[in-house]
Ligand binder design. Structure first.
Ligand SMILES: Cc1cc2nc3c(=O)[nH]c(=O)nc-3n(C[C@H](O)[C@H](O)[C@H](O)COP(=O)(O)O)c2cc1C
Ligand SMILES: [Mn+2]
Length: 501
């Protein structure tokens, strides 16, 4: 099934699939909706459409991304690895051999060409156009998420800018603290592409913010693409349908035609104020710091616009599945640079930038360290604080198995790599902001070539005995048991797990 083409189609799909709950009771965007959403998210519950947010005529949608099933529905796939496979197919494009291959290759190239955003002359996002004094952010049910937040924050925006030097477009998801009816802060962290566009001007930079998009385009705003790659192209590729864009009313930027709401405006170098604190996805408040002020010159929207929101906080929160989608979708791209990687997992509890578990096909001494350094040099993964490397046969999604390897295979003196480098701006633990220590743990098998003694063999029952026990199981008078002993899909049986605690 094709992914939904706008927010309405998405809401209708969620409703058909029993994945949406409408809240008709009035609820307050000031904290109350946060608490409701947080409980529903942590309980694995449905998306919520608040039909009467207090103080606004616009309904508020939240928890659209809160489960793996909804994330798969958004992409029109069975599993997020299917999305990765689609990308891998294109990344691994080889010079075609025969005619059949050539035709296939052309199809793939066409799928890339068709991904480019398409300019259209009219968009539903501009049914209502408010400019100048008529701009009023008070119309929107913007949430104040946590008690320590000083103001309401727009939390699920797609922020569009253009590199003043190259004209290339960037779309990123950056929270926006409301200042007054016509301005917000723009939370461009130091490592992000939006900030690079801002730093590349010494004057004014136009900005457009799209709210209420089809889910794949909304996701794409959070995707860590290289600076020069347009996130709307990724959205078009993943949807299998180009994103339609329409000329902004007061800025020379194109905006997604299907958006529910668009804010147009500008930031200016030197025009900054103190943003935050904000209850962040680290589980802590990120500190108040200077960020640019975004001046809104136009607020355009659909006649019956719906406002999208998300609450981040102590993990797991709704953003967990946005980040898991990135983990899965970007694995083939990571493998393009580091092909010995079999799989990786960024635990939700590690707020994603704090910990990477990675399995590799180890081929030479120091290979685990080579992979650590590669990841510390690779895009958004460069901000990872700790990396655990295990052998190819370890299931990195089975945290207990990874823990077993770390405990069993690591000589702390020999196998820990302590280094330093850039860290995520939101990490409060390092002494300096954005810079500090990094830990690599080599939990792979080692041997004399890496200064270890002869490495012992891992225990496993032989095939012959397993087959015998499989055959004779019913004779023992025991209840049905998994045939492969205690290990099931790489995960240990529940009974054993309970015993170990
Ligand atoms: C819900 C949510 C909120 C986010 N808020 C911010 C933010 O306030 N500031 C920021 O720099 N990144 C934020 N991010 C992460 C960026 O969206 C992400 O790093 C993205 O790749 C940025 O786009 P860019 O690579 O084009 O800069 C957020 C991500 C999500 C999912
Ligand atoms: Mn980008």
């Amino acid at each position: 099934m094709a992914p939904p083409s706008d927010l309405r189609e998405w809401i209708a799909l969620l409703e058909r699939e029993g994945e949406l709950h409408r809240v008709s009771a009035e609820a307050d965007p000031d904290l109350e909706i946060s608490e409701i959403a947080d409980r529903v998210v942590k309980g694995g519950g449905p998306a919520l459409l608040f039909e009467r947010p207090r103080g606004s005529r616009l309904p508020l949608l939240i928890n659209q991304f809160g489960t793996e099933r909804r994330m798969c529905l958004a992409f029109g796939v069975q599993s997020l690895d299917d999305v990765a496979a689609k990308l891998e197919d294109v990344l691994e494009l080889q010079p075609p051999q025969g005619l059949v291959e050539k035709v296939k290759g052309l199809k793939k190239l066409k799928s890339i060409a068709d991904s480019m955003p398409k300019t259209v002359s009219k968009g539903a996002c501009q049914e209502i156009v408010l400019t100048g004094d008529d701009v009023d952010l008070d119309l929107l049910p913007i949430q104040r998420c946590w008690p320590g937040d000083p103001a309401p924050f727009i939390t699920l925006p797609a922020v569009i800018t253009q590199d003043p030097r190259t004209g290339s477009r960037n779309v990123g998801m950056y929270r926006m603290q409301k200042i007054d009816r016509r301005s917000t802060f723009m939370h461009w962290q130091v490592h992000k592409d939006g900030r690079m566009d801002y730093l590349a001007t010494d004057g004014r930079l136009e900005v457009a913010v799209a709210l209420g998009l089809d889910p794949v385009t909304a996701y794409s705003a959070s995707a860590p693409l290289p600076k020069h790659v347009d996130e709307l192209m990724l959205a078009g590729f993943l949807r299998g349908e180009a994103v339609e864009v329409v000329q902004g009313k007061t800025v020379a930027l194109e905006v997604p035609a299907n958006a529910e709401i668009v804010l147009e405006g500008y930031v200016e170098r030197g025009d900054e104020g103190i943003e935050g604190p904000f209850g962040d996805h680290t589980g802590y408040y990120s500190p108040a710091e200077p960020f640019p002020v975004f001046h809104v010159t136009a607020l355009t929207m659909r006649r019956d616009a719906i406002y999208p929101s998300i609450v981040v906080g102590k993990p797991p929160a709704e953003d967990a599945w946005l980040a898991k989608a990135t983990e899965r979708i970007f694995l083939p791209a990571v493998r393009m640079t580091v092909p010995e990687i079999v799989d990786y997992d960024l635990p939700v509890a590690g707020a994603f930038h704090n910990c990477v578990l990675v399995s590799i096909r180890k081929a030479y001494p120091g290979h685990a360290r080579k992979v650590m350094h590669a990841l510390w040099g690779l895009g958004a993964l460069s901000l990872s604080k700790s990396i655990v490397v295990v052998d190819e046969w370890v299931d990195v999604h089975d945290y207990e198995d990874v823990f077993f390897r770390v405990c069993a295979n690591v000589d702390p003196k020999r196998d820990l790599l302590l280094t330093e480098g850039p860290l995520d701006q939101l990490d409060h633990s390092p002494t300096l902001a954005c810079y500090g220590g990094k830990l690599g743990i080599d939990a792979t098998h080692k041997g004399p070539s890496e200064g270890a003694r002869d490495w012992p063999e891992e225990i496993a029952m032989n095939e012959e005995t397993r087959a015998l026990v499989d055959r004779r199981w019913s004779e023992y008078g025991l209840p049905a048991a998994p045939s492969a002993g205690v290990v099931q899909n790489g995960r240990r049986g529940r009974a054993l797990r309970t015993l170990r605690r």
